[in-house]
Design a protein around this ligand. Sequence first.
Ligand code: SF4
Length: 381
Amino acid sequence: MKNPVDDRLDALRGSAKRLDYNARSLAALENNPRCTLRALLDASGSDKAAIATHVGHPPSFGQSSFAITRGNAFEAMVKDNGCAELLRVLRETLELTLPEVGYEDLNDVGGDGRSKQRHERTEEVLLRAARGEGDATLFDHPMLRLLIGGHKVYLEPDLVALRIDGRFHVVEIKSFPIIDDQADSTQVRAATTQACAYIIALRDLLGRASIGEEAVSDTIVLVAPKDFTNRPTGAFVDARKQVAALTRQLSRIERIGDLVDLLPEDLTFDLDPTPDKNKQPRRPAEELTEALDQVLVTYRPDCLNHCEMAFYCRSRARAEASLDVLGPAVREQFGGIDTTTMVMGLARGELTPSEDQVEIAAALRHAARLRAELEDLGGAA
Ligand code: SF4
């Protein structure tokens, strides 16, 4: 039965079809945990890309089709011949002892690729394995499930391996390179955050069968190309902190009613799409922008990597002269000052600093003097 919060979330989304969370949208929650707009758009199942596009700020992130094809080809190669390359990486590179190996393909159930059927089969084989029955140790594309805000969310890791250290491990196969044992930290973080959702879902599955969460490791096995070759290598990534942070975010979703209660009663992100298959938005863009503007955002530059609303939020932060556009590190330095207008006012001595701004105001005036002197020197040269 629906509760008033669900009704309110449905009204926020309007007449569009509900979009459910996925591993990527869950990972994005962990990236910007304080953002109210993102929390509301996701919880209401609103189409962020369509909304951002309609207000004139279409998203432009996401993998190119070339990168997707390369990623799929690399994953297929790692899993070829019963995961022969993966086993080599686990045994040789990561020095794991894997005496017996049994492979279970969960990409479909007898040709049926529907999520529900795959989830039921996944649950059956993983629980059997956790109880020490059967001989499967590598589970290819298991279909996990979490209940988030009362909605079923299906999640599909690349692979889950059992009996590494006697525990289940999530294996993420990525096509970005590990060069001299180092990989791009942003890409590793993105892969890890996504894998955290799988860890939580796996623990949930086992927990329902009274199997403790320690059965699932919070260390992720990352498999990626070595140096500039196509040969896979591996690394362990400690995801403890991110698992804890995402767990906190998931409990925040369960309390979404607290955020909804603060909204104006008639607020909606409805696009009012045409009833035909084109689903053209009929709502005036200015009206939708006004609705979005009423909700708190906490823009930061890395939103550009993970949120469809990023260009809208950046433009809003710029219009508000917010220091958010410069990122959390700069913001922290200017603790207590919110806007670039205020920074400039203090630097030029046009604003009187409050007691706790005296120190930063002096530093700003000093920086402004140095800049002016440099400009003078440049002009004289
Ligand atoms: S882009 Fe905007 S809506 Fe998305 S997380 Fe960042 S601040 Fe929130």
